[in-house]
Write a protein that binds this ligand. Structure first.
Ligand code: SME
Length: 161
């Protein structure tokens, strides 16, 4: 199946999933599982959420699929994850070995995307995906992952959890 079609099918399925599940927590669990299953180059898929009230702010590992990572808590001044959350911008790294910010999760990881999740106009967490393939996150993948982060942000706004 061509990648554009695979992405479109998955996007429709995730939209439907967002309507069907009652909470953002369940949406995140189901979403990481589905993304990991369907997209063969998404080798680690997980959410990091900002710990409520933590000073200094801290990203804490939430729902994920893939191998356990040593990075379960990431301060905002560390990693690609910290960069995305502190800037509120999507970060795409085509070759992690060339990015000094990169915190290694698996030796096999070659590229990574991190997309912030916004609720009520503020960053509340992020969706992080690692690939064993270099430059896996082309613009069409970036759009899909950004749509996923938006669905979770909207669900947090409406369900509150
Ligand atoms: N690579 C991330 C750390 C999280 S692991 O990839 C799961 C980073 O540089 O922030």
């Amino acid at each position: 199946m061509p990648v554009a079609q695979r992405i479109e099918e998955l996007r429709n399925e995730l939209n439907e999933m967002a309507r069907a599940v009652p909470t953002a927590h369940e949406l995140m669990q189901a979403m990481v599982k589905r993304l990991h299953e369907r997209m063969l180059k998404y080798n680690w898929v997980g959410f990091y959420m900002l710990e409520p009230g933590a000073q200094p702010p801290m990203l804490v590992l939430g729902a994920f699929e893939g191998a356990m990572t040593p990075h379960t808590r990431i301060p905002l001044n560390q990693g690609i994850c910290g960069a995305a959350a502190s800037s509120g911008q999507t970060v795409v790294v085509d070759d992690v070995s060339k990015d000094p910010r990169y915190l290694a999760c698996s030796l096999e990881t070659k590229s990574e995307i991190v997309v912030p999740v916004f609720a009520h106009g503020k960053v509340v967490g992020e969706l992080d995906i690692d690939s064993h393939f270099a430059a896996a996150f082309t613009p069409e993948h970036q759009e899909l992952v950004q749509d996923c982060a938006r669905l979770v942000g909207k669900k947090l706004e409406t369900s509150g959890r």
